[in-house]
Design a protein around this ligand. Structure first.
Ligand code: FHN
Length: 601
């Protein structure tokens, strides 16, 4: 345990702040602030929140001097290196007269969102609340003269939503002593930087204002890059002492990078959905490509994508914080409102399978377009498409099934189901009449009522001739020269990516076949010039298929090639391996996944 943590424990015990310091099973001692489980209770049930990025940047809307500024509309001051004396002039004409807190809260409520997190101060340094610490704020520096955060607090209380504040505690482009990705065009790096002055004179007192005057339910800190553990701990004490019920995210400190929850109550993946996190998490995402309002960004996610992202997050045990960027008049973009409303209508029908549920107890529902959530005695299987022969199969269901029906069917008419063996369930979805009444284009949910507890055995991947199944690196055991990671680049190329794969680097999946079937084996990968002539080996129960890379449409331009067929016998435990042939290049291909496509029984 490092010296700082040891000292903190001593200080903490001395100050008498009642921290329970619980040892995790075998892990080093973490800080668990007293009451974390109780504090997170409403948040664990809520599942879905609205993120709002609103500031002076909303007035520029992604454009500066006639140029579209890339890299995030809320970053425009930084990317366009706008001098503070020029940028701060925006405040004089920032007057969002259309802003109505009730309207925003009703949009969130109608979308099925249970909480809102809004930027109280983003990296630009401008406070969107009436700060007595610093006059660079919406009440003192603009003709608007109203406090939107106070109005949102009252509206959230009125309509029963929780309210949290985003605060950039470490970066501040209006401050000479703030570090991190700093404003070096007004305050050159050669200047003496004393970060503690920024914390003492702005960050700490503003955080105290927020937690003592607005009663936030969440403090959502961001970009902790240069903050020290001691400074993070100071902020932790400010929040804990003044608002012990207030939830804090992991970006209060640099624990975010280590995926360890020490001072923060939950982990915050950004723009991607984790599949293997065993901790409280909330995935935050933009609805288009920008957090802040950007008038020319029309790359909106559709309602189906929103619902599928929500389902995947909840099935993995997390929450989904979806962002809107209101404009300088105080309006949430109409397109965003429309998308959220469609997704909200789906939740009105299917919310029982989302709110208050637990992560999937049956692992990944064996093919990748169905995800499971659970409540005591109930499993909810959310299907993104419709099984081609109308059969839904759930593997490893070692419990007594009492009833199966469409969640959207208020009459709860039973669907026909049978146990294929003592652990796998086959549900006949159609073409029964009731099925046609409930086919929803966004997603369809089957409820399985069961008695008894599902064993928490380590679930294999299972396949059946009823469905195509895909094998993903995230679910594989890897060995040799292989590293699979997440590509953090912005834009369409974000996503899972091979970082190294050569000289026999191997992915291995164990899986089980429920019923006999023949499958086409489809390899999906990206390749570039250097991939040419390299071999990928696929081995299924010892039978090898070799694929030579001849086409290379680009690292991110996935191609799908059928490399062969295989017959698999029911009930057999099988092994699939995908290996890189010998190659001198670092990564022979950007492997995405391998599909088993049923050919016939
Ligand atoms: O740089 C910020 C960005 O503007 C936005 O606020 C996101 C939201 O999570 N956080 C940072 C990027 O990780």
């Amino acid at each position: 345990m490092d010296k700082f943590i040891r000292n903190i424990i001593v200080i903490t015990l001395f100050i008498g702040i009642s921290y329970q310091v619980k040892g995790q099973s075998g892990d080093s001692i973490y800080f668990y602030t007293k009451g974390r489980t109780e504090r997170l209770s409403w948040w664990k049930d809520a599942k879905y929140g609205m993120f709002i990025h609103w500031g002076l940047y909303s007035k520029l809307a992604g454009e500066w001097k006639g140029n579209h500024i890339k890299g995030g509309a809320e970053w425009i001051m930084y990317h366009a290196k706008i001098p503070l004396r020029t940028y701060s002039e925006l405040a004089k004409t920032f007057n969002p007269v259309d802003f109505n807190a009730d309207t925003w809260v009703k949009i969130a409520k109608d979308a099925g969102m249970k909480y809102i997190v809004i930027t109280s101060k983003h990296c630009e340094g401008f406070a969107m609340f009436h700060s007595r610490t610093n006059s660079y704020n919406i009440v003192d520096a603009t003709p608007f003269e109203r406090d939107p955060l106070l109005e949102l607090r009252k509206s959230c209380d009125k309509f029963g939503l929780k309210l949290g504040f985003y605060y950039s505690h470490n970066w501040d482009w209006s401050e000479p002593h703030a570090k991190g990705l700093a404003n070096t065009w007004d305050f050159p790096e050669t200047d003496i930087k004393e970060p503690q002055k920024y914390y003492t004179n702005k960050s700490f007192p503003q955080i105290k204002e927020l937690v003592t005057r607005y009663n936030p339910d969440i403090m959502w800190f961001d970009v902790p890059s240069d903050i020290t553990s001691r400074q993070s701990f100071e902020i932790l004490k400010i929040v804990r002492r003044n608002a012990p019920e207030c939830i804090i995210n992991d970006r209060i400190s640099n624990e975010h990078k280590k995926k360890k929850l020490i001072m923060g109550d939950y982990y915050t993946p950004e723009q991607y959905i984790p599949t293997d996190l065993d901790m409280n998490f909330e995935t935050c995402m933009t609805l288009n490509e920008n957090w802040g309002y950007c008038y020319y960004d029309n790359n909106w996610k559709d309602a189906g994508t929103i619902i599928q992202n929500l389902i995947m997050n909840v099935s993995a045990g997390g929450n989904y914080l979806l962002n809107v960027g209101p404009d300088a008049h105080g309006n949430i973009p109409p397109k965003a409102v429309q998308i959220l409303k469609i997704a909200g209508n789906w939740l009105k029908q299917h919310g029982e399978g989302i709110y208050g549920t637990e992560k999937s107890p049956v692992g990944m529902v064996f093919y990748r377009n169905a995800y499971c959530t659970a409540k005591p005695g109930k499993l909810f299987i959310h299907m993104f498409d419709w099984p081609h022969n109308g059969e839904l199969i759930i593997g490893d269901l070692d419990t007594k099934v009492d009833k199966v029906y469409f969640l959207a069917d208020k009459k709860r008419r039973n669907l026909r189901y049978e146990h294929i063996n003592n652990q796998d369930l086959l549900i006949d979805l159609g073409p029964a009449k009731i099925s046609s009444e409930f086919i929803d284009p966004l997603a369809n949910t089957i409820t399985i009522e069961h008695t008894g507890r599902l064993s928490d055995k380590n679930r294999d991947i299972i396949i059946d001739y009823a469905h195509a199944a895909s094998f993903h690196p995230a679910d594989a055991d890897t060995s040799g020269n292989i590293e699979y990671g997440f590509n953090r680049r912005w834009g369409k190329n974000r996503g899972n990516e091979m970082k190294e794969w050569n000289k026999g680097g191997t992915m291995t999946w164990n899986f089980r076949t429920i019923r006999d079937g023949t499958y086409k084996i489809e390899l999906v990968y990206g390749a570039h010039e250097l991939s040419h002539d390299n071999d990928i080996h696929i081995v299924i129960n010892g039978k090898e298929f070799k694929h030579k890379i001849t086409e290379h449409e680009g690292w991110y331009n996935e191609q799908a090639v059928i490399v062969g067929e295989v017959f698999l016998i029911a009930g057999t435990e099988a092994i699939l391996q995908v290996k890189a042939g010998y190659s001198i290049i670092h990564t022979i291909a950007n492997f995405k996944h391998i599909n088993f496509i049923p050919v016939r029984r």
